[in-house]
Design a protein around this ligand. Structure first.
Ligand SMILES: Cc1c(Cl)c([N+](=O)[O-])nn1CC(=O)Nc1ccc(S(N)(=O)=O)cc1
Ligand SMILES: [Zn+2]
Length: 265
């Protein structure tokens, strides 16, 4: 792997091959709540999403985690910090080896056990995800913190039930399940927003980030299923315990002189 999350190819080495990783608008960041400014211009443009209930999806093991590719036709994200309508391209998750780490954004230094990312692109201004990923306002990613709870997350269970089919890098599974995205998002729309980047190479500085304050819950068992994914292909003959994707989060980068805005009750 030319980049990854181990000591010899992890986040501290990325800038060698991916110079954008050393930029001034990188993600994730620590959300210092004392620095957040509440911005009335955000209040009257409530962030609004519409996702279809029944859709066909493809889940793939990227070697860095699982990713669900949506065929974002009738999806829409608008309002809040966004000036245009964005379409959902894919969603995925980041987690750690233990439950006291795993999220990419942190809040006053606190990490959550995992973080869900719903990746959208500005289909009003640009003609493809690829084009949008090279623009400063090209992508809009919703970040949702996940904390350990007693109950399984029923919506995530539909995804987790497919993971045994994609244990090795490169494997994918086509499924048409009715996913209620609404329940993958917290009840409260309280969020922070700032200008940032992709949190993995090539680390393009093309993301308008919206991170929800309220976490959703996931069970320990469900998180263990995530950690059972492998970063290597089926043909890579390695020990059973090797190559497990137990950690795939980038630690926070400096906010620098960026503005962190907050909106919500
Ligand atoms: C850069 C790019 C292009 Cl262009 C294409 N493409 O297909 O045209 N695919 N990718 C890869 C990609 O999407 N990476 C990505 C990385 C981090 C995140 S995260 N954690 O949400 O910040 C979201 C996505
Ligand atoms: Zn991500």
């Amino acid at each position: 792997l030319d980049w990854g999350y181990t000591d010899d190819n992890g986040p501290s080495t990325w800038a060698e091959k991916y110079p954008l990783a050393a930029g001034a608008r990188q993600s994730p960041v620590d959300i210092d709540t004392s620095k957040a400014t509440s911005d009335n211009s955000l209040v009257d443009r409530e962030i609004d999403w519409s996702y279809p209930s029944n859709c066909s999806y493809r889940i793939v093991n990227t070697g860095y985690g699982w990713r669900v590719d949506t065929y974002g036709d009738d999806t829409a994200l608008s309002g809040g910090p966004l000036s245009e309508v964005y379409k959902l391209e894919q969603f995925h998750c980041h987690w750690g080896a233990t439950n006291d780490e795993g999220s990419e954004h942190t809040v006053d230094g606190k990490s959550y056990a995992a973080e869900l990312h719903l990746v959208h692109w500005n289909s009003e201004k640009y003609s493809s995800f690829k084009e949008a990923a090279s623009q400063p306002d090209g992508l809009a990613v919703l970040g949702v913190f996940m904390e350990i709870g007693n109950a399984d997350n029923a919506e995530l269970e539909k995804i987790i039930s497919l993971i045994p089919k994609i244990i090795h890098k490169g494997q994918d599974s086509q499924a048409s399940f009715d996913l209620d995205f609404g329940s993958l998002l917290p009840e409260s729309k309280h969020y922070w927003t700032y200008l940032g980047s992709l949190t993995t190479p090539p680390c393009n500085e093309c993301v308008i980030w919206t991170v929800f304050k309220e976490p959703i819950t996931i069970s320990e068992r469900q998180l263990e299923v995530f950690r059972s994914l492998k970063s290597v292909g089926e043909e890579d003959a390695i020990e059973p315990e090797e190559g497990k994707l137990v950690k795939n989060y980038r630690p926070p980068l400096p906010l620098g002189n960026r503005v962190l805005r907050e909106c919500g009750p």
